[in-house]
Design a protein around this ligand. Structure first.
Ligand code: SF4
Length: 703
């Protein structure tokens, strides 16, 4: 661990995937101030409201967990213990379960906010030594549909674009995203580009009128769940108008003929009716895209968090592929990563169906290669449990022990009460956390206090494949330890070799070596290089001396076996829970501007509550009138899984028949009635296993 203190340090904002650079100044009393880094290419000194208030979350340590705690059985109170005792017992319990029930009886549930080194050691531990693939993270709830889409279309989980492409594009298709609130600094760049180039066209696709619509030339307020139909309809018009890149589809892609057949199966009129938008607007969107020299499609949770999330992704990628807008300046598909290091986690294989360095879990040669590198046990070919599956497996007894770190699943998982039941039934729960607030703590058998942002060093990768080094700036309070140290100490207690790292830098070096020769080769990287260059975009193979690789696929060679991109003839398939007489409205959930995830950090900052201070239900005036519900009145929202009780916000910004709940609130003073995930559906995309947060059937009543 780097203990070289200076007064001023660079770091990266720990919230969203934009990955803004910050300068953290440390005072003599140990408190910090945080400013945007003016010299950093991503944000050029700008920070959004969340980033601007980072210092308060760092300086306020009142909620911090300070020492390990444990109880010997579920009826006993938690007691303070030392690290030795906590980890010794945890290792003994894990060893017993593994011996008695097999390696799949234990699991780790982590987070897209973990640093790459943390992800790396957890993966190595469970996949390479325990012998199970039961490691999943809240990235499953976030980007897994985009990952699957990229792999199927481009042959690799690889964002082709860089942020500097924004200023080179002249058409943006922003779908299932509200970047004005959720990726604000990136959106500032789009706004500035549009302000200086008014001819730049911006199309926003969303069932709600959001702040991102403020600069849109066209808002397609589609019916929830109809994205594939809309994208196909636009694809059809592009083909009809001859606005496709014939050279690209003939020589660098495959599947165009099947795609053409699929998109011509439905008339434009029928598509418009299904989507709830006009035929003229579909034609206009296609015209804007067809006229563009640089076309960027941008998306996030509206496409990913869906029971047809992968198909939605593929249907969007198709628009870039048929127009040849990929691998060129100002062009490409651009998934907006939700969390700060979801991409770093994927690099080390941090999901239950992935293997280190983007290798394939289902490839025996890849498994053997990683096993030899780690020197542990044979890596199982069986994908592990995904996020929601872990909690189902706790419920039915398949899973005995779960270790939760850096995540608050009892607020963030769909059908949260099911997850809660799972934790009640778990034989053994370890919670590794910075804060004493998450609801998971009340189910823990062992609580391990972790170091927070600025209290540990490591790396993260943002939405444009940009890797940065985060300095250790302050000391962790009490006995809290960096997550890598906790995991490595535990691994050694389990008797596993290969976890004796002298520093986080050594872990990074090992990870970098393991990527050599892969599509994400960063074997030329080290902490020294990252400190010198401030940031680097992967790949960065050994011998690389520039700043990495800003744009992928410039050579039009893809990572598929044929080296061609694949245009998938995606079927139109509605899998979501449909409204009926009992539950006639469609619920969609999402974020608000000034809060981050389950608010364990941003919830500490009073200033951030000024924008929106409590959970609410957004409902169209016509629906509200029918229910005799007025602004500010309490509404009871029920689904087949549970209920929520919040104030109504009557607004024309939402489509009739659709209601919206923010996802941030969990239990408050023992009541879970603000928690949107009481009602959401645990229906999953069959490929990505990402939940259907953006669509379930609910009933709303005046309370
Ligand atoms: Fe942090 Fe994202 Fe805001 Fe940048 S845009 S300051 S990374 S939350």
């Amino acid at each position: 661990v780097n203990t070289q203190y200076k007064d001023t340090f660079t770091s990266t904002c720990c919230y969203c995937g934009v990955g803004c650079g910050v300068v953290v100044s440390k005072e003599k009393n140990g408190t910090v101030t945080v400013e945007g880094d003016k010299d950093y290419s991503v944000n050029k000194g700008m920070l959004c409201s969340k980033g601007m208030n980072l210092q308060y979350t760092v300086n306020d340590k009142r909620d911090r967990l300070l020492y390990p705690q444990m109880r010997y059985n579920k009826n006993m109170p938690m007691q303070r213990v030392g690290w030795e005792e906590a980890l010794q017992r945890t290792a003994a319990v894990f060893s017993t379960f593994i011996k008695k029930y097999g390696p799949e009886s234990v699991a780790f549930y982590a987070s897209g906010q973990c640093l790459t080194e943390e992800y790396y050691v957890i993966n190595k531990l469970i996949k390479g030594f325990i012998g199970s693939n039961n490691i999943d993270t809240n990235s499953r709830l976030c980007m897994s549909s985009a990952v699957a889409g990229y792999k199927m279309a481009l042959g690799e989980d690889s964002v082709p674009i860089c942020y500097d492409d924004i200023e080179l594009a002249d058409c943006f298709y922003v779908t299932g995203a509200n970047p004005a609130w959720c990726h604000p600094i990136l959106w500032r760049r789009v706004e500035a580009h549009k302000a200086t180039n008014p001819d730049v066209k911006i199309i926003v696709v969303d069932p709600r009128v959001t702040d991102s619509c403020a600069i849109a030339d066209l808002h397609l307020q589609l019916n929830p769940g109809t994205d594939v139909v809309l994208n196909h309809a636009i694809g059809r018009v592009l083909i009809e108008n001859g606005d496709i890149d014939l050279d690209f589809v003939r020589n660098h892609a495959q599947g165009f003929e099947q795609y053409r057949e699929v998109v011509f199966q439905r008339t434009l009129g029928k598509s418009a009716e299904i989507c709830g938008v006009s035929e003229e607007d579909i034609r206009l969107a296609a015209k804007y895209i067809g006229n563009a020299k640089g076309f960027i499609s941008m998306w996030t949770m509206g496409l990913n968090q869906s029971a047809i999330g992968v198909n939605k992704n593929l249907s969007l990628l198709n628009l870039n592929l048929i127009t040849g807008h990929i691998g060129k300046p100002g062009s490409g598909p651009f998934s907006l990563t939700g969390q700060p290091n979801a991409m770093g986690g994927r690099e080390v294989g941090g999901l239950s169906n992935l293997l280190a360095a983007h290798r394939n879990l289902n490839d025996p040669a890849h498994r053997e290669e990683v096993q030899k590198f780690w020197g542990g046990t044979a890596i199982s070919e069986k994908p592990g449990l995904t996020a929601t599956e872990m909690f189902e497996a706790l419920n039915d007894g398949r899973l005995k022990a779960i270790w939760i770190l850096c995540s608050n699943p009892l607020t963030s998982l769909p059908n949260a009460r099911m997850a809660e039941e799972g934790l009640k039934k778990a034989r053994f729960v370890v919670v590794q956390e910075i804060s004493n607030k998450p609801e998971t703590l009340s189910y823990a058998d062992v609580i391990l206090p972790a170091a927070a942002w600025t209290e540990k060093e490591g790396t993260m990768t943002n939405s444009e494949r940009r890797i940065t080094y985060l300095n250790k700036i302050t000391d962790a309070p009490g006995e809290a330890l960096p997550d890598v140290e906790i995991i490595c100490r535990f691994a050694r207690k389990m008797g596993y070799k290969g976890f004796d790292y002298a520093s986080a830098s050594e872990i990074y070096q090992e990870h970098a070596r393991l990527t050599a020769g892969t599509n994400i080769d960063i074997s030329g990287l080290s902490y020294a290089v990252l400190k010198e260059k401030r940031s680097v975009q992967w790949p960065y193979p050994s011998g690389e001396r520039a700043a990495g690789t800003p744009r992928l696929f410039s050579d039009k060679i893809f990572y598929t076996p044929s080296k061609k991109a694949i245009i998938h003839p995606v079927p139109v398939d509605f899998r979501s829970e449909q409204p009926d007489e009992d539950y006639p409205l469609i619920l969609t959930t999402g974020r608000i501007r000034d809060q981050w995830h389950t608010m364990s950090k941003t919830g500490k900052v009073n200033k951030l509550k000024k924008h929106i201070s409590q959970a609410f239900l957004e409902i169209h005036p016509a629906d509200a009138a029918q229910l005799q519900l007025t602004e500010g009145e309490m509404a009871l929202i029920s689904s087949r899984r549970g209920e929520v009780r919040v104030k109504a916000k009557v607004s024309e910004n939402i489509k009739q028949g659709v209601v919206f709940l923010p996802m941030h609130w969990g239990k408050i003073l023992g009541s879970d009635l603000n928690r949107a995930n009481n009602v959401t559906s645990e229906l999953l995309d069959p490929v990505s296993k990402e939940p259907d947060f953006k669509y379930c059937a609910v009933r709303v009543e005046r309370y």
